[in-house]
Design a protein around this ligand. Sequence first.
Ligand code: SF4
Length: 303
Amino acid sequence: MSLDLDARQRAMLEEMHVHVWWPESGEGAVSAAAPVAAPGPVRAAPKNIAEAMAAAPELAAAHASTPPATTIVARASAGDIEGMDWPALQQAVAGCVACALSKSRKNTVFGVGPAAPADGRPPQADWLIIGEAPGENEDIQGEPFVGQAGKLLDNMLKAIGVSRHGAEDGQPHKAACIVNVLKCRPPGNRNPAPEEVAQCAPYLRRQVELLQPKVIIAMGRFAVQSLLQDTVPDVVATPLGRLRGKVHQYHGVPVVVTYHPAYLLRSLPEKAKAWADLCLAMDVWKKRKAAETAQLAVQAEIG
Ligand code: SF4
């Protein structure tokens, strides 16, 4: 695909060490459509145990009686989570003590994106970026992808007109929500344990169901394995590079695989591949957007 990018976006790609051919114009140009959600601060939600407990005393009782760190304790059932709206899901994550990571975290990291409406609906975001788990800074700040890796991710997204805030600098952007597979930091940034992933999976699944993104970008080996474990045979043994360049599926949503920004910071040559992955994701988004527009036109004609 080709992208018609402005000078600011080209500068961002230069910063990423990505050199591409710049078309003067074309059908593949990125549209400057209005953002799908109004910009503004993310709706206040409890980020940590203390805030959640203040809002829900029953969580305080549950956490006070939490067994030793290696013991898995109850959380809301998967069935209950499936019925939650966006604020209820935020609250459930903020107070979750379902796995040992609740003992060592400073904050849960639910995700970030454009402001959610006040009526319980999720933010409107066509793009969903999914990473692995919070690191040290994310744990402290309660937000995913901060620091140098977060800055690189933001620049990559801005280069295709996408932003975690929906709009910046008065320019319209397509909106992205950014979340992790795990909502709590594994101590020392160790790999997540299978039981931790299993306990946390219903939250991510519900986020996807509520957001209904047009495309998911899975960043890094762990996120890719978690999302594609039911659809790609032997995904754990498959190198990430062999999963790139195809459109996968997660609960009916197209998934594009790419490298984690933290890896890209250490591997400059891979940035060009990440740019190709973003272009593939943009192709997917454009096709789905066009199909949606056509469907709405048909409905308008009928109704
Ligand atoms: S990692 Fe997920 S399942 Fe474990 S305590 Fe945090 S929110 Fe709950």
